[in-house]
Design a protein around this ligand. Structure first.
Ligand code: SF4
Length: 183
């Protein structure tokens, strides 16, 4: 699958089903836990407080797979309920920005407001690791793990740009604000 996939090719029904499957979310949680362990070995530091989440000005893009999107969907309700700092529910649709803005809408005040559901790319990128080889090595390991999980759960493997994926989720009729607000 090419990187610049048509968003109409995004397997949204598979992604929504996977988000409801506790075996999928448990397997993804184990994957992220091992990923975090591998990262912790290198004791990476974050210095730029979210500047890398402003893709346009930072000059890079974030890509995610279908199961990472499913895990994000499975987690964002709780994350968003805390995102405004008051414990109230935040409407995800209001948080979306247009792809043209090139900023991740979940970066607020230098902090990620969906940390538990964030993708591998968000977890592996550290400005302190610039020029080091381990981020690429861990990403390669992670993508292999993710391919295996997609095969195991019969979810089509796609690798899509994050803001493009968010735009597709926004347009998807099965992913409405009312559904998002359920807790
Ligand atoms: S999900 Fe969080 S870490 Fe990832 S780009 Fe958005 S704000 Fe940054």
């Amino acid at each position: 699958m090419g990187l610049e996939m048509n968003i109409n090719e995004l397997p949204l029904p598979h992604i929504r089903q996977a988000a409801e499957n506790i075996e999928v979310t448990a397997a993804m949680a184990r994957f992220y836990a091992e990923l975090e362990q591998r990262l912790a070995v290198h004791q990476p530091q974050c210095h730029n407080r979210g500047l890398c989440c402003k893709f346009g000005t930072y000059g890079h893009r974030l890509y995610v797979t279908a199961l990472e999107l499913a895990y994000f969907i499975a987690h964002h309700r709780t994350e968003l309920s805390q995102a405004d700092g008051s414990g109230g529910t935040v409407n995800l649709l209001e948080m979306y920005t247009s792809p043209e803005s090139r900023n991740c809408p979940f970066q607020q005040g230098g902090l990620c407001t969906t940390r538990a559901g964030r993708s591998m790319g968000c977890r592996v990128f550290f400005c302190s690791a610039e020029g080091e080889s381990w981020p690429a090595e861990i990403s390669e390991w992670g993508l292999q793990q993710l391919r295996t999980l997609h095969h195991r759960f019969a979810v089509p493997y796609v690798y899509v740009e994050w803001l493009t994926a968010l735009a597709a989720l926004r347009k998807d009729s099965g992913f409405t604000a009312g559904e998002l607000d359920k807790n």
